[in-house]
Design a protein around this ligand. Structure first.
Ligand SMILES: O=P(O)(O)OC[C@@]1(O)O[C@H](CO)[C@@H](O)[C@@H]1O
Ligand SMILES: [Mg+2]
Ligand SMILES: [Mg+2]
Length: 272
């Protein structure tokens, strides 16, 4: 099933990159884009899984956008971002990923991130390590943030308060100083870069559970840590995350972040 699904998705994304990168609609803001490929990939994944596991549940980015609930329960649940980096996809910017996390009892059991244009298949199973195209992954051993590259994203929220806090945090981190700040335009790819050891840490306020479910397992199975931006235990529904190579750097980043709390992914939908 999985090989067939992978081949279909790979072909679907590559053909669409060539022939159809049109924006179909926007969601939370004029820059929160959706294409037909986002929807077709998510439908293909859900259909393929349902055929084999009809009782399993799903949290899919585009299904949630269409009104499906975003509730993570103890049931086996597939958490899907069909295209992480849709804006990149529309612009043919080369970081476009399919992210699938599988959770049971609210714990990720395996995660897959396929970076389409790099043809890199990142995989992790809980307790069995993280891999890229079969090669084991290990986070960076760097303990000094002034010798680190930090990744972050600004997402699609342009509310003044959120932007002010994001830029205040960014300014403080840049001026530590760190050796570099990067934005792949995909949370999933940023987390794969942490798991691969080429970026020491990634943080963001504004992500969704589908952006980071698979990547969170990749990071921990590669020896890294996850933390809330205020230093506590990460909550994948809180829309806040730090994924780092070690606690030292994660705690250092906590000190510089002006945190805020976006509406949770599992917040009750506003009454109609
Ligand atoms: O909408 P998409 O393409 O699935 O998600 C793209 C994205 O920019 O939104 C997140 C929140 O800002 C980012 O971290 C993530 O990479
Ligand atoms: Mg995403
Ligand atoms: Mg997406």
């Amino acid at each position: 099933m999985y090989v067939c699904m992978y081949v279909c998705i790979d072909q679907m994304v590559r053909e669409a990159l060539r022939d159809d990168r049109k924006v179909m609609m926007t969601k939370s803001s004029s820059i929160d884009l959706v294409t037909q490929t986002d929807q077709k990939v998510e439908q293909l994944i859900i259909k393929s899984v349902k055929e084999k596991f009809p009782t399993h549940r799903f949290i899919g980015e585009e299904s949630v956008a269409a009104g499906e609930p975003c509730d993570l329960t103890d049931f086996p649940t597939w958490i899907i971002d069909p295209i992480d980096g849709t804006t990149n996809f529309v612009h043919a910017f080369p970081f476009v990923a399919v992210s699938i996390g599988f959770c049971v009892n609210k714990q990720c059991e395996f995660g897959v991130v396929y970076s389409c244009l790099q043809d890199q298949m990142f995989t992790a199973r809980r307790g069995r390590g993280a891999f890229c195209n079969g090669e084991p992954l290990q986070v960076s051993t760097e303990e000094d943030i002034s010798r680190s590259i930090i990744a972050t994203e600004f997402g699609s929220n342009r509310e003044t308060e959120a932007i002010d806090r994001m830029f205040s945090s960014l300014r403080k981190i840049v001026c530590i100083p760190v050796q570099g700040v990067r934005s792949a335009g995909s949370a999933a790819v940023n987390m794969c870069l942490v798991a691969s050891g080429c970026v020491e840490a990634y943080y963001e306020i504004g992500i969704h559970v589908w952006d980071v479910a698979a990547g969170s397992l990749l990071v921990t199975e590669a020896g890294g840590v996850l933390m809330d931006v205020e230093g506590g235990v990460v909550d994948l529904m809180s829309r806040r995350i730090i994924a780092a190579n070690n606690r030292t750097l994660a705690e250092r980043i906590v000190k510089e972040i002006d945190s805020f709390s976006p509406t949770r992914d599992d917040a009750p939908l506003p009454k109609q």
